[in-house]
Unconditional design. Structure first.
Length: 155
């Protein structure tokens, strides 16, 4: 494209990022983003984060994520899943908790999800703190919550 005088823009880069076949290609594109001043574009940044996740490059993923000026729940969810897939459960818990804290109008489903993440990752103290917060917030415990508590009690 550049050889023909066409300057790639914010609609070109996400397509190019998704077409990357290896880590070297994505790193080259990431460098070009700086050259063209597009490293802070949310749409491009989200594509970049997802591509780094695809190749399991968590350090690069984290850098691209931190460069994003706006982080929505979808991109946070991508980060949680990325850390979980490679077994970095501490980071998974941290990101999941940040998502949870950003949520407005937390309901029993969101509470059960965050409690379950803590329990699945073996963070029993975190599970207890969250259950205490649920009771303090007068959230009615349901069958799922009770099941999580019972699993915790049996360990």
């Amino acid at each position: 494209m550049q050889n023909e005088g066409v300057i790639p823009g914010k609609f070109t880069f996400p397509c190019a990022i998704k077409a990357c076949l290896d880590a070297l290609e994505i790193k080259k594109i990431h460098g070009l983003l700086f050259k063209f001043g597009l490293e802070l574009d949310v749409f491009i940044g989200s594509a970049l984060v997802n591509c780094y996740l695809k190749f399991g490059l968590m350090e690069h993923t984290q850098v691209a994520f931190e460069e994003l000026p706006i982080r929505d729940v979808v991109i946070w969810d991508d980060m949680v899943n990325g850390y979980a897939q490679i077994g970095q459960f501490e980071m998974c818990i941290e990101d999941a908790l940040e998502i949870f804290e950003m949520m407005r109008g937390k309901d029993i489903f969101s509470w059960n999800s965050i409690v379950s993440v803590h329990e699945e990752c073996g963070d029993h103290d975190g599970t207890l703190r969250l259950l205490d917060r649920m009771v303090g917030a007068r959230i009615q415990l349901d069958l799922v919550t009770i099941t999580i508590i019972l699993q915790f009690a049996l360990i």
